[in-house]
Design a protein around this ligand. Structure first.
Ligand code: PLP
Length: 368
């Protein structure tokens, strides 16, 4: 199977082998050693000297942890949304009783720093701003550096960033961009199965956390930090996924982070070029197109379910569909973590064949 969804992503053999390591005492020296090593590796990839917390959960658990630990009931917060994962941030904030000021942009576009500036000028009570770096549902990467310059540089707010589908594939230098909490998930660019959420937490974020009053228990970040300092986790961790992430990090460093980022940038550009050459249309504003996932409009007259079934059954390619408001209107090709150019080209060739058969290619197809 050519797994081309934007997570879970394919896992290299080295990581698969590491996953089969023996169970150990999660309160013993072996676990402490691996957690310390993984923590140091994560800090390098996140580009931070901040604390690193590793939770046993999916990425959404990491987002919920960030919310539960930074919010107080009734607190006014700004949440920037450019797609389904931004909407998820809004839903979580509301679930914790926050008074949310949503700053939403049309799906397919990126957040505009000027609009964010305007909102923050009038929202003087807001302490924290939440946003998504790479919006996996629409294939758009926000210009986080520029947004952070406004949010932190001009308004000095606490910034919490969902970097689930970007960190380790796209540059997100946490300290340089002054991100207070950045969150990722093991099943994305880390070449590891799902099961761990990783969060960097700045001193400023710890101050916010100390004041926040929302209830928390399993996801109590202070408790997690105190345990991590002793080489433990508060609760039983997904030990096997720690093994996998440890090896995933080794592979990232072996390749070199610069090369990893270049590989993603070049496959992103290659995928977009090939899609356009077929006569299909990209969903994302190309100036902000993501290099981890490409979203493509489904041409009129083509049924997503039929297209997807044929791709899977006849070509062994598993694509991502549209989510929420854009279900049935777009499909997505994931190109993050562990992939080869051949897998992407095989996927593109299959898209061209199946779309062609279904009458989805308006312009005469040129070579993909
Ligand atoms: N945020 C983004 C940007 C994502 O891409 C995802 C997963 O697709 C999540 C959050 C949620 O992660 P999970 O499905 O691991 O809970």
């Amino acid at each position: 199977m050519n797994l081309r969804i934007p997570g879970p992503t394919p896992v290299p053999q080295e990581v698969l082998s590491a996953l089969s390591g023996p169970m150990i005492n999660h309160r013993g020296p072996e676990f402490a050693a691996i957690q310390n090593k993984v923590t140091e590796g994560l800090k390098k990839v996140f580009g931070t000297k901040n604390d690193m917390i590793i939770l046993t959960s999916s990425g959404t658990g990491g987002l919920e942890a960030a919310m539960a630990n930074t919010l107080s009931p009734g607190e006014r917060v700004v949440v920037i949304s450019i797609g389904e994962f931004g909407e998820r941030l809004i839903k979580i904030a509301k679930a914790y009783g926050a008074d949310v000021v949503p700053v939403s942009f049309p799906y397919g576009s990126a957040a505009d720093p000027d609009k964010v500036r305007q909102v923050l000028k009038s929202e003087t009570k807001v302490n924290t701003v939440y946003l998504t770096h790479n919006e996996t549902s629409t294939g758009v990467t926000n210009d986080l550096r520029s947004l952070a310059k406004v949010i932190k540089g001009e308004f000095n707010k606490t910034i919490v960033v969902d970097g689930v589908s970007s960190i380790s594939s796209l540059p997100l230098p946490v300290d340089e961009w002054e991100i207070d909490i950045a969150i990722s998930g093991s099943q994305k660019g880390w070449m590891t199965p799902p099961g761990l959420a990783m969060l960097s937490v700045s001193p400023r974020a710890w101050e916010t956390i100390a004041k926040a009053k929302c209830p928390r228990f399993y996801f109590d970040l202070k408790m997690a930090k105190e345990s991590a300092d002793k080489g433990e986790t508060p609760w039983t961790p997904a030990i096997s996924i720690f093994y996998g992430l440890n090896t995933g990090l080794d592979l990232l460093f072996k390749e070199g982070l610069g090369s990893v980022y270049e590989r993603h940038a070049s496959i992103g550009a290659h995928t977009r070029q090939a899609v356009k050459a077929m006569g299909l249309q990209l969903f994302a504003d190309e100036r902000y197109a993501s290099n981890t996932v490409t979203a493509i409009k489904i041409p009129e007259g083509v049924d997503w379910k039929a297209f997807n079934t044929t791709m899977r059954k006849e070509h062994g390619v598993v694509l991502g569909g549209g989510q929420g408001a854009i279900a049935g209107k777009i499909f997505r090709i994931g190109h993050l973590g562990f992939f080869t150019q051949k897998e992407i080209d095989d996927c593109l060739a299959a898209v061209k064949t199946v779309m062609g058969t279904m009458g989805g290619l308006k312009a005469p197809a040129r070579s993909a």
